[in-house]
Design a protein around this ligand. Structure first.
Ligand SMILES: [Fe+2]
Ligand SMILES: [Fe+2]
Length: 333
C-alpha cells in the first residue's frame, strides 16, 4: 500500500510505503500483479523451450518398428490417456467461462488449452503407429468421447476460481507422474534401460513411444508449475481461504473424466493390473511432493496450518505473516 506525502516546495512528491491493514482489495491487487508475472514467465518459457508438434516431431518410424513389443496393459493405458486428453474442449470451455472477466487467467486458459490439444493427438499417433489401433478404431473412439460432457463441478472443492486452480495443480502433477511411469514401462518393454542411452542423449530424443511420453511429460510438469505458482501467491495473501480450499480439493481428489472415457473398464483394469496409480502411490508421489512444493513438511503440518490460519488476526499481510514448514504461522508486527 502506498500513499503520497507533501514534499517541500521544489521537490518531487515521494511515495511512501506505509504499514496498514491489508484490505481485500489490496490483497487482490497484489495477487493479480504477481500472477500476471507468473503467466508472463510461463508463456515466455513455453514459447522458447516447449514448442513441438505431434504431427511433425514424434519418431513414428521407431514407433512402427517396436510397436509389437508393447503389452496389452500398456496399450490400454495409452488408450485411456487418449480419452482423458480428448476432453480438452470441455476443460477449456468451463475455464474460459469461469475466467471470462480475468484477462490473465483467460490467456492462461487459452495457452494451456493449445498445449493440451497436442497430447490427445500424441496418444492417437502412438496407438496408430505402434499398430495397436487402426485409424477407424481411433476415429470411433474419439467420436465416442464427445457423447459425454465433462464438468469440473463434480470435483470436490473445485467450484471457485481458486478451487479450480488447486485442482489443476494436483491433477497436472498426477498426470506427469502417470506419464513418467508409462514411459518407464515402454522403455522396459522395448528392452531399453530405464534412463536414456548415450545415443538417445546425443541425438536429443528417446526411442519411439518413450519419446512421446517424455515430451508430453515435460508439458505436464510445466502445467503443474504454473498452477503451483498461482496457488503459492494465493497462500501468501489469502492463507485461510487458500488452505481451506486445498483441504477440500485434496480430500475429494479424483482424476478427470475417468468414468466418461470410452472403454473405461479396460483402462481401469490396466491401472489396477499395472499398479501405476494406487492410493498409496498417490500419497507418496503426488500429494506429499505437492505439499513440499507448497512449503509444508507433511500432512500433519498441512492440517496444523489449516487450523492455525483460522486464528490469524485480520488485516495482516505477507510482510507480517509467514507460514513455516511445520504448519505454524510466525507473526511479526
Ligand atoms: Fe495433457
Ligand atoms: Fe496438462
Amino acid at each position: 500500500m502506498t500513499t503520497q506525502i507533501a514534499a517541500p516546495p521544489g521537490q518531487f512528491e515521494l511515495p511512501l510505503i506505509v504499514k496498514g491493514p491489508w484490505t481485500s482489495a489490496a490483497r487482490q491487487l497484489a495477487i493479480d500483479k504477481e500472477c500476471l508475472q507468473h503467466f508472463i514467465d510461463y508463456f515466455g518459457k513455453a514459447m522458447k523451450t516447449r514448442r513441438w508438434s505431434p504431427w511433425h516431431d514424434l519418431p513414428i518410424e521407431e514407433m512402427k518398428k517396436f510397436g509389437q513389443r508393447l503389452t496389452q496393459e500398456t496399450i490400454n493405458l495409452i488408450e485411456g490417456f487418449l480419452g482423458i486428453e480428448e476432453y480438452v474442449g470441455d476443460y477449456v470451455e468451463e475455464g474460459l467461462e469461469m475466467f471470462r472477466n480475468n484477462r490473465m487467467r483467460r490467456h492462461l486458459q487459452l495457452q494451456w488449452g493449445s498445449e493440451e490439444l497436442k497430447h490427445g493427438v500424441a496418444w492417437e499417433k502412438t496407438l496408430l503407429h505402434s499398430g495397436a489401433r487402426t485409424e477407424e478404431q481411433l476415429e470411433a473412439y474419439c467420436d465416442k468421447v464427445q457423447e459425454h460432457r465433462w464438468t469440473i463441478k463434480n470435483h470436490a472443492g473445485a467450484d471457485s476460481p481458486l478451487g479450480v486452480t488447486v485442482y489443476a495443480m494436483v491433477q497436472e502433477r498426477a498426470t506427469f507422474f502417470n506419464y513418467q511411469e508409462t514411459r518407464a514401462r515402454i522403455r522396459s518393454e522395448y528392452g531399453l534401460p530405464a534412463n536414456p542411452t548415450e545415443e538417445e542423449r546425443e541425438r536429443g530424443y528417446e526411442v519411439g513411444a518413450a519419446e512421446a511420453f517424455r515430451i508430453v511429460g515435460v508439458d505436464e510438469i510445466a502445467h503443474h508449475g504454473i498452477f503451483l505458482q498461482i496457488v503459492l501467491t494465493h497462500l501468501k495473501y489469502l492463507p485461510e481461504k487458500t488452505l481451506d480450499t486445498m483441504q477440500q480439493v485434496f480430500a475429494g481428489f479424483q482424476m478427470p473424466s475417468l468414468r466418461l472415457i470410452p472403454n473405461a473398464r479396460n483402462f481401469v483394469r490396466a491401472v489396477h493390473q499395472t499398479g501405476i496409480h494406487t492410493a498409496e502411490r498417490h500419497k507418496q508421489f503426488i500429494h506429499n511432493p505437492v505439499l513440499k512444493s507448497l512449503g509444508l513438511e507433511d500432512d500433519e503440518a498441512f492440517n496444523r496450518a489449516v487450523q492455525a490460519a483460522k486464528l490469524l488476526p485480520e488485516g495482516l499481510g505477507p510482510d507480517q505473516v509467514k507460514l513455516g514448514r511445520t504448519g505454524e504461522f510466525v507473526l511479526a508486527y
